[in-house]
Design a protein around this ligand. Structure first.
Ligand code: UN1
Length: 498
């Protein structure tokens, strides 16, 4: 086998080795004998270099007209379209999810590129009347400066694109640390930007681990804002650190998303949605459906069809087109899933499908787990409260729509939610009463589109949104401008004309 390729950090427009002299291996989660690449294990000094490069680049980039900045993003979208298949294959190799999903991940970056490129000719502010005569008032969106970004491994190109593209169109520069499990997809994304004509230093990549490479980004005094996607546990540490230096900080964290299925639902449709919502991306989405809250009249039929479909899913390497579900990302995730399956059993939930690691033959070299369903779940069980981030769903029987909504709302999280019903009145009550950032009617909890705000409430997020104009709100700051053309001193709130 050819020796694994070495990938470098991208700082100030150059590919450079880490000053730590250390590297790490990125392994294929479907077969850990396959080394996807050797990456830089960066430290504080690399972050210092990257932030300095971003700070210097900002002085020019902020003056490039937004429509011109946007043209580079648009071209990157075109380049990603040409390279979609190659980048999807790289992504499956490092992340594990099946090809049709990694193609979707690259597509999500392409969609984000086109949406954000359009923003280059909008970035709307506001002009408003002044309370004084012969005075003009407006609010402008202006760039922030250097933004620090810390990205997760489950959407290794889409999520970095949600962060980088809006930051660039707003005139910010950035330093991004991709997840240590999936650095190649961020490198591929940035390659598209480089080939589209991105000036040096505008985007900088520092690969490595959270404590050594992530923390110095968060704490660097010249980093003016932070965008993080990952666990609520790490988000709390980052949020507290950012608060100490008053940095705006966008946190996108965990979920324990429910699909409600009412008696009147189209059950086959609900089952299809539950299978995709629970086992798409091997359950490793923050939007994954991990709780099915099912009304008693629909329960038996739903549960039997759901279990039957889960058992029929083919679990295998994502590069094999015949696989429906790929491996988990790493040993730690497999351990977590295994642990929660034991917890579910000890809590008295009934295993209706799966429950085991798949490690026979070649699969012994990967992190495969069966699609797993617990029945007879109860809302307060740990398997129904805590984020597992694996292919495990718990079905909870309920009496009414009111009880279903209460259970859907009864966790620390609030990202996505769904309800299957043919009753428009109940659907609208769910839209009003479910406490989450996203609600789907007759569709599963996953599959957000890039031009709508993405994010959640409670322990899922701290009020910011990615996607769509939510992202523009985060990556720009407001400047209010008053132009007084009266040629005399006019005092607001005082010269009231009374
Ligand atoms: C995530 O789960 O971390 O809505 C992001 C979705 C995808 C994005 C998921 N478009 O499921």
């Amino acid at each position: 086998m050819a020796p694994a390729k070495v990938y470098k950090n991208y700082i100030g427009g150059e590919w450079v080795e880490s000053r730590t002299g250390k590297t790490f291996e990125n392994l294929n989660p479907a077969d850990n004998r396959d080394v996807v690449g050797i990456f830089q294990a960066s430290g504080k000094e690399d972050v210092d270099d990257a932030v300095a490069a971003a700070k210097t680049a900002f002085e020019k980039w902020r003056l490039v007209p937004a429509p011109k900045r946007a043209e580079i993003i648009f071209r990157a979208g075109e380049i990603l379209t040409e390279r979609k298949e190659d980048y999807a294959r790289d992504m499956t190799r490092e992340m594990g999810k099946v090809l049709k999903e990694t193609r979707g991940d690259v597509q999500e970056a392409i969609d984000t590129a086109y949406f954000m490129a359009g923003e280059g000719r909008r970035l709307f502010g506001a002009t408003v009347p002044s309370e004084l005569p012969n005075k003009f008032a407006m609010a402008l969106r202006v760039p922030i400066g250097v933004v620090g970004m810390i990205a997760p491994w489950n959407f290794p190109m889409a999520i970095p694109s949600w962060k980088i593209f809006p930051a660039l169109v707003c005139g910010d520069t950035c330093v991004i640390k991709p997840a240590e499990d999936t650095p190649l997809s961020t490198i591929n994304l940035v390659r598209a930007l480089i080939d589209a004509g991105l000036p040096k230093g505008v985007v900088n990549i520092v690969t490595g681990f959270g404590p050594e490479a992530g923390s110095p980004i968060v704490n660097h005094p010249d980093v003016r804002a932070i965008s993080f996607t990952g666990s609520s546990e790490v988000g709390r540490i980052i949020g507290e650190a950012a608060a100490r230096t008053f940095k705006p900080c966008s946190l996108e964290m965990g979920g324990k998303n429910a699909i409600i299925v009412l008696d009147d639902a189209n059950i086959d449709l609900a089952v299809d949605g539950a299978v995709w919502g629970a086992f798409g991306t091997t359950g490793q989405r923050c939007t994954a459906a991990s709780r099915m809250v099912v009304q008693k009249g629909a329960y038996d039929e739903f549960v039997s069809k759901f279990a039957q479909q889960a058992k029929s899913l083919k679990v295998g390497a994502g590069l094999d087109e015949a696989s429906d579900m790929g491996p988990q990302i790493n040993a730690q995730q497999i351990e977590t899933t295994t642990k929660y399956v034991e917890i579910g059993k000890s809590e008295g939930a009934k295993v209706l499908a799966g429950g085991n690691r798949l490690n026979k033959g070649d699969q012994a070299h990967g992190w495969f787990f069966e699609p797993t369903i617990f029945g007879d779940g109860h809302a307060k069980m740990r398997i129904a409260q805590e984020e597992i981030f694996g292919p495990v769903a718990t079905v909870i029987p309920v009496k009414s729509v009111d009880e279903a909504v209460e259970i859907a709302n009864g966790t620390m999280y609030g990202l996505s939610s769904a309800i299957y019903t043919r009753d428009i009145n109940k659907a609208f009550r769910a839209i009003r009463d479910i406490d989450a950032g996203i609600t789907y009617i007759n569709a599963p909890t996953i599959g957000a589109e890039v031009h709508l705000p993405f994010g959640g409430v409670k322990a899922t997020g701290n009020g910011h949104r990615e996607g769509g104009l939510g992202a523009i709100d985060f990556y720009c700051q407001w400047k209010s401008v008053y132009v007084d053309y009266s040629d005399k001193l006019q005092r607001a709130q005082i010269d009231t004309g009374e």
